[in-house]
Design a binder for this molecule. Structure first.
Ligand SMILES: Nc1ncnc2c1ncn2[C@@H]1O[C@H](COP(=O)(O)OP(=O)(O)OP(=O)(O)O)[C@@H](O)[C@H]1O
Ligand SMILES: [Mg+2]
Length: 225
């Protein structure tokens, strides 16, 4: 059962939010366990705000000594295991990356995000070398504006496309996405009276989810070939 981690050394890039979006979207159709492996426990906090959708549950990691067992146990119970990581390199982060079938690296459109994404790609490659396998990784533009890109933003996109695989879908900066941290639950549980643009946010989340599934299938086929 696939393990998908969210990693980047840039704080606030969108790891936790993107994990919540993917987790709740996948849980529309199957069982999902999200492991909160960030000592700041923001994803655990989200899970306590309201009743979670039925097919998603959250495990708060007990740290680097426990993470491997936590992943194995989650894999035996759920179809997808997602791991929200902290923003700095640690043994816990390395263990989680080593167990991952896909590492998603959220990035904004500023140079600092791009530098952190490239550094994170290098860490994943090193981890892969140590484990003698290629660990699939992809950059996800998050918190981006839906407007036409500036020259700097185009430059950042080109730089990251040269560095690694980039998701075609961007998770735009949307109130519906940031509201999840207040309301808890998934996009479908948000109240349209309180939050604008839920429908567009759901379509955006679905596009992202489909691309993740295609990517996992693509890397599985590559491994078989
Ligand atoms: N696509 C988005 N649209 C709107 N707001 C977003 C989006 N992604 C993230 N945010 C907001 O940006 C802030 C930081 O996001 P998030 O907590 O997901 O980042 P992170 O990478 O997990 O940070 P940390 O490194 O501190 O764990 C949050 O307040 C969140 O609501
Ligand atoms: Mg986080």
């Amino acid at each position: 059962m696939p393990v998908i981690s969210f990693a980047t050394s840039k704080g606030g890039a969108g790891k936790t939010t993107s994990a919540i979006i993917l987790g709740t979207e996948l849980a529309e159709g199957t069982d999902v366990i999200v492991i909160d492996a960030d000592p700041a426990k923001r994803l655990t906090r989200w899970s306590t705000l309201s009743q979670l959708p039925p097919r998603i549950s959250v495990v708060t990691s007990g740290g680097e000594r426990n993470i491997q067992d936590e992943i194995a146990q989650a894999q035996s119970k759920a179809t997808f295991v997602l791991i929200d990581l902290e923003g700095s390199a640690s043994r816990l982060t390395s263990f989680a990356i080593a167990e991952s079938d896909l590492v998603i690296i959220p990035s904004g459109e500023e140079q600092q995000d791009a530098d952190a994404a490239i550094e994170t790609l290098a860490e994943i490659a090193m981890e892969g070398r140590a484990r003698r396998r290629t660990i699939p990784a992809a950059i996800l533009f998050a918190r981006t504006s839906a407007a036409v890109k500036s020259k700097l933003e185009k430059h950042i996109h080109a730089e990251l496309r040269k560095a690694g695989h980039v998701f075609e879908t961007e998770l735009h900066r949307r109130t519906a996405f940031s509201s999840l941290h207040n309301a808890g639950g998934g996009l479908r549980q948000l109240d349209p009276a309180d939050v604008n643009g839920i429908d567009k946010a759901i379509i955006n989340a679905q596009d992202f989810t489909s691309e993740v599934i295609d990517m996992l299938e693509g890397s599985r086929n590559a491994a078989i070939a």
